[in-house]
Design a protein around this ligand. Structure first.
Ligand SMILES: [Zn+2]
Length: 293
């Protein structure tokens, strides 16, 4: 693959050399001119060998292979559709319902506790009232009688106050209970929807598990051959164009977005000395000649 890329470079540079020699020069001039061109060529050639030429060819190849793998992974994702996203949405809704339910259940139980304490208190007050009621006929003075009556009255007042509070609690409890049962039915509804969707996704995951494992391990192997910069470039573009991070320059057009690429740029892309991305869609561009080789 690397040799092919270098051969392309040679062809590009050899053409003008030949024509200049044959048309414009005498034999003696031709030697020095030829020597000069050879030196120029060697400079270029050795740069290509020693610096980025072959390295980029390898990188572009990896980009192409990664694109094919990511294309297949994207197809699998397509099969799963919105399921994973919907499942996450339902899960977060369930969480929020759960937290509301927990708050409201706590409110409810503290109101119930208060109510039963008030009922207990009232019961003991009523017993006291009954006791004082019997005692008031055994008194030996008016003063004693008045005191007992006063105590009975104040106990009655307490009981009445408690009954008002109990009524308020009952109303509030009914309201919260209705809210809780509404939340519970919403929760159950969403939960069964979740179970359904999760079962579907589990089925699909099972179906594609093997394929995904193979593709992912191939992907990791290829990705590990890339330098950090190339890796992050590819991953960034793959996020935008899932499974289509790399495009082929076909007849001067980007195969990703079909926009045309200037002829000079097409030549530069073919030389594979640098990594070029499409100015319209941002995909990594690989020459059709290169990708065919
Ligand atoms: Zn494009």
């Amino acid at each position: 693959m690397n040799e092919n890329a270098i051969t392309d470079n040679q062809d590009l540079n050899n053409e003008p050399v030949k024509s200049e020699i044959s048309e414009n020069n005498t034999d003696s001039d031709a030697i020095s001119e030829d020597e000069l061109q050879r030196n120029r060529f060697q400079t270029y050639f050795s740069e290509a060998v020693e610096s980025e030429g072959p390295k980029l060819t390898a990188i572009l190849n990896i980009f192409l292979e990664l694109k094919n793998i990511d294309g297949e992974l994207a197809e699998i994702d397509e099969e799963k559709g919105d399921l994973p996203e919907n499942i996450n949405i339902i899960k977060s809704k369930l969480e929020s319902i759960e937290s509301k339910l927990s708050t409201r259940r706590t409110d409810l139980s503290s109101l119930e506790k208060e109510k039963s304490e008030l009922l207990e208190t009232d019961k003991s007050y009523e017993e006291k009232i009954n006791k004082y009621d019997e005692q008031k006929y055994d008194v030996r003075s008016n003063k004693e009688y008045d005191e007992i009556v006063k105590t009975i009255e104040s106990l009655f007042e307490e009981v009445q106050k408690n009954e008002i509070r109990i009524k308020v609690i009952t109303t509030e409890s009914e309201k919260i209970s209705a809210e809780v049962s509404e939340l519970e039915s919403k929760y159950n509804e969403l939960n069964s929807e979740l179970q359904e969707k999760q079962a579907l996704l589990d089925e699909l995951n099972e179906e594609f598990k093997q394929e995904e494992t193979v593709l992912t391990s191939k992907r990791n192997e290829l990705s590990s051959k890339l330098d950090d910069e190339s890796k992050s470039l590819y991953e960034r573009i793959n996020k935008m164009h899932k499974g289509e991070a790399t495009a082929i320059v076909r007849k001067g057009n980007c195969s990703g977005c079909y926009n045309s690429i200037p002829p000079q740029r097409v030549i530069e892309i073919k030389s594979a000395e640098k990594i070029y991305t499409c100015q319209s869609c941002g995909r990594i561009l690989v020459s059709e000649d290169f990708s065919a080789s």
